[in-house]
Every structure is written in structure tokens, then in C-alpha cells.
Write a protein that binds this ligand. Structure first.
Ligand code: PLP
Length: 473
């Protein structure tokens, strides 16, 4: 047997070691500090290890993982890890990942991945159903929201450019393309604009209302002014969950406006779109299905492990126009039951990410997701209410989804920064940083399935205590 392969007994042993590791990790989690006491010697040993000439045993590898990798890792699954839109992953994902690796399907051509192809199609069509996308819509699983935004905006650009998209691109145009976003847009959209050659000077950041939603009046003014001045407005990006405060742009108004002005509407719902699984959020998020394209992240509100994003596009053909290249060495067989995903996105080789999304949905179902999302929004609402009730704290933005921006009222920005740093260094909580209304604040984004109201109380109590100490010093 080839030495790179495992015999059946070794497979079983590796499976047992993996199962034990997962179970023990779960049990130990709450006793760990959120951020590790990094063992610099252990890190140096990794950084300077010579290229391995000989292999190690399975036991040695697992032992090293337990003793070196785990204790020097940030415990994203810890109940008080709340800095980003980064959830603890659900139980099933780790196993789906292992199985996806076992089959090692290449999800580019359907002939290399028939069952995976059907699974990806079904997952995408379930997402279409959630948002009432029409027949003929397309979509693809991506590595995350950033890639979903980039994938969609390339299709938007090329649809605008039409026949010259492939041959001329944006070279030589006298009327620059213009993209409209709110001031609260996620930086992945700016990044995509740069990658697509639009240039940041042609990304118009429209101011927001007091709820951090794009100002429609200012958007209209900007588009009309730019047209008069000889620019080519082609696309508006709305947010279903802005990264700082979780605000949801007026999606219906955006869809109406883009319809009237013949602009592509992309909704960045990487953060919030899948909160549509909650009945409470459904009405507000449903109009995202009126967009030309929508990003959503299963590795956020479906709690799959990293990486799993997704982009839906209203006309599948618009994706093919951008992404379909058929080199002669690939035998792309067409079949009415299957799609060649290589024609719908930038990647050729693609892993079987759809499995963990499919299994997550089927293992838990909509009702369980609705409960989990509602619970996280309730925790955020509770933190928001307590922050408002505490005279020493200041809630900086309305709580719409599951993000809370709060600061110690009587402290300067740098004192608030120190409070944030102490929460982390004393192993209490890992919160994020944000700037709201020109002030520094601490941000808790409730994505963690283990967080409770007691964790919220502990964080706020410690914030108040550290704030008082800052004032005394
Ligand atoms: C609104 C929004 N868009 C895009 C992204 C980028 O998503 P990803 O990290 O999956 O690339 C994020 C990440 O938090 C986000 O909140």
C-alpha cells in the first residue's frame, strides 16, 4: 500500500482521535481564556521548524494539535467571543467538512461531482425560494461574502458594458462607470471596486440617516448629478446588515429606484440576509429578493464552519456572460439536470462547500435556525437596553439585528480603547471596535451559540468597573 494512504485500521484510529478531540474541546471551552496566553517559544518552534524529512505518527500529530495548536488558538467558539460577525460553528459542520474532504469532489464540472452538483443546486434554489427569486435565477457557493460581492459586481459591470465587456473591459471609456454605496458599506465592496478597475474615486459613498441606512434622497441626487456630468452610473449596493450596527437599508425603495433608473441593484446581505429565517426579520429582508444580485453567508447565520458564502443572481445568464470560458482541455458536457459551476464563478477547482450548508439546513431545519437567530437578537436587545439604563454607559446606535455599539459615557476614546483592551487581556471577553458618530466604541456582535444573558451582564459589569478605574487613575 502506498505510504501516503491509510489502511482501514488507521482510518478508524484517526476517526476516534478526531471525535475525542472535538468532544473535549467542547467541554473545556468555557474554562479557557477567550484569547490565548500565547506561548511564544511554541510559536517560534513552528516558525523555525526545518522542512520535515521524515513523517510523524498519527498520535504525535494529534498530541501536538492538542498541546500546541489548541492552547494557542483564539477560541472563536467561546461564549464571550463577540468581536465580529464570526459565529461559533454548528455541530454538524466539522463532520461535513471531513466527508467533503473524503470524497474530494471538484465542484467545477458536473461530471467530476454529480451528487455534489445536485446538492449545490438545491441549496441555491432553497435560497432563491427564501427570497422569492424568479425562475432563471442563478447562484454559486463562494468562500465568503467578500468573494460573493466581487462575483456579483463583476457580473453587474459586464452586464452594463455588454458586448465589449470581454474584449475591451473598461479600457478607453470616456465616461467612467460609477458605483453607489452607503457610508456604512462593508470594505469588501470598496475592495471589489478596486479589483474590478473602477477606482475608488468612482465609488460614491452616500451619507446615512440616524439609523445608519442609506439616504435615498442623496442617492437620487448623486446619480442624477453624475449623469448630467457625463459619468455612467451602473450599480447601487445596498446592505442587509451593515457591518458596524447591523442596519438594513430601505430595500424596497432601493429596488424601486434602481428599476426606474435602470441600475443593477446588488444587496450585500453577507451579514444579515439569512436572518430571514427568523419570522421577526422576514418582512424586512424579503425585498432583498428584488435585487439583481444578493450576497449571503452561510458561515454567518447558518453557523457553518468557515468557509461558506453564496451569491444569488437574478439572471443566471449574467453570470455565464462574465465567467464562462471553455478551454479545449476541459470536456464540459451539458446535461439538463446539472450545471458546470466553472461557468458561473471565477474559480476552476472548487471544494464541496455545499455539503456543510446542505447538511446544516437538513440537520437543524428552519425552526431551529429561527430560534437561534431570535435568541441572538434578544441578547443584543438586552445588552442595548441595559446599556441605555446604565448611567455610565452610552448606547451608540439602535439595535436592529444582533450588534451592539456601546461606550463608557464619561471616558475619552483612548480610555475606552483601554477598557476594550483590558476585557481582552484579562480573558473576560473579546469585543470588537467601531467608530460611531465620530466616537470610538466597543462592539458586541452576538453570533455565538453559547452566549447567555449572564455573559452580557458580566461584560457590562466589567466595562463599568474598568471605566470607573480609568476615571480614578
Ligand atoms: C456586511 C458584510 N459584507 C461582507 C462581509 C465579508 O464577508 P466574508 O468575511 O465572508 O468575506 C462581511 C463580513 O463580516 C460583512 O459583515
Amino acid at each position: 500500500m502506498n505510504e501516503l494512504l491509510f489502511d482501514p485500521e488507521t482510518h478508524r484510529k484517526a476517526g476516534r482521535l478526531l471525535g475525542e478531540l472535538l468532544a473535549n474541546y467542547e467541554i473545556d471551552l468555557s474554562n479557557q481564556s477567550v484569547f490565548p496566553q500565547i506561548n511564544r517559544d511554541a510559536m517560534q518552534a513552528i516558525l523555525t521548524e526545518p522542512f520535515p524529512e521524515e513523517g510523524k505518527t498519527l498520535e504525535e500529530l494529534f498530541q501536538e494539535f492538542r498541546e500546541v495548536v489548541v492552547p494557542n488558538s483564539t477560541h472563536v467558539a467561546h461564549p464571550r467571543f463577540l468581536p465580529y460577525v464570526l459565529p461559533s460553528s454548528n455541530g454538524i459542520s466539522a463532520f461535513a467538512e471531513a466527508l467533503a474532504s473524503t470524497l474530494n469532489q471538484n465542484c467545477n464540472l458536473w461530471t467530476l461531482s454529480p451528487a455534489a452538483n445536485a446538492i449545490e443546486q438545491r441549496v441555491i434554489s432553497w435560497f432563491h425560494e427564501l427570497f422569492s427569486f424568479p425562475k432563471g435565477s442563478g447562484g454559486i457557493i463562494t468562500s465568503g461574502g467578500s468573494m460573493a460581492n466581487l462575483t456579483a459586481l463583476a457580473a453587474a459591470r459586464d452586464t452594463y458594458l455588454g458586448n465589449s465587456a470581454r474584449t475591451e473591459g473598461i479600457q478607453g471609456r470616456t465616461s467612467p462607470l460609477r458605483l453607489y454605496v452607503s457610508e456604512q458599506v462593508h470594505n469588501s465592496v470598496d475592495k471589489a471596486a478596486v479589483i474590478l478597475g473602477l477606482g475608488l474615486n468612482h465609488v460614491c459613498h452616500i451619507p446615512c440617516d440616524p439609523q445608519f441606512r442609506i439616504r435615498m434622497d442623496l442617492l437620487k441626487e448623486a446619480v442624477l448629478r453624475d449623469r448630467r456630468e457625463g459619468f455612467s452610473p451602473f450599480c447601487v449596493v445596498g446592505s442587509a446588515g451593515t457591518v458596524t450596527t447591523g442596519a438594513i437599508d430601505p430595500l424596497d425603495a432601493l429596488a424601486n429606484f434602481c428599476g426606474e433608473e435602470h441600475l443593477w441593484l446588488h444587496i450585500d446581505g453577507a451579514y444579515g440576509a439569512l436572518a430571514i429565517l427568523s419570522e421577526r426579520m422576514r418582512a424586512q429582508l424579503l425585498p432583498a429578493g428584488r435585487a439583481h444580485s444578493l450576497s449571503l453567508d452561510p458561515h454567518k447565520f447558518l453557523f457553518t464552519s468557515l468557509e461558506a458564502g453564496c451569491v444569488l443572481v437574478r439572471r443566471a445568464e449574467d453570470m455565464r456572460s462574465t465567467y464562462s470560458f471553455i478551454p479545449s482541455y476541459l470536456s464540459m458536457v451539458s446535461d439538463t439536470d446539472f450545471l458546470n459551476y466553472a461557468e458561473y464563478g471565477p474559480q476552476l477547482s472548487r471544494s464541496f462547500k455545499a455539503l456543510k450548508v446542505w447538511w446544516s439546513l437538513r440537520a437543524y431545519g428552519r425552526k431551529t435556525y429561527a430560534k437561534a437567530i431570535d435568541n441572538l437578537c434578544d441578547l443584543a436587545a438586552y445588552m442595548g437596553e441595559r446599556s441605555q439604563a446604565e448611567p455610565e454607559l452610552e448606547l451608540m446606535a439602535p439595535v436592529t439585528l444582533n450588534a451592539v455599539c456601546v461606550r463608557c459615557r464619561n471616558l475619552t476614546d483612548s480610555q475606552n480603547e483601554r477598557v476594550l483592551a483590558r476585557l481582552l487581556s484579562e480573558g473576560i471577553a473579546f469585543l470588537g471596535r467601531a467608530e460611531v458618530k465620530g466616537k470610538f466604541c466597543l462592539r458586541a456582535c452576538f453570533m455565538n451559540l453559547r452566549t447567555t444573558g449572564e455573559d452580557v451582564d458580566r461584560i457590562l459589569d466589567e466595562m463599568i468597573r474598568f471605566g470607573q478605574e480609568e476615571l480614578r487613575n
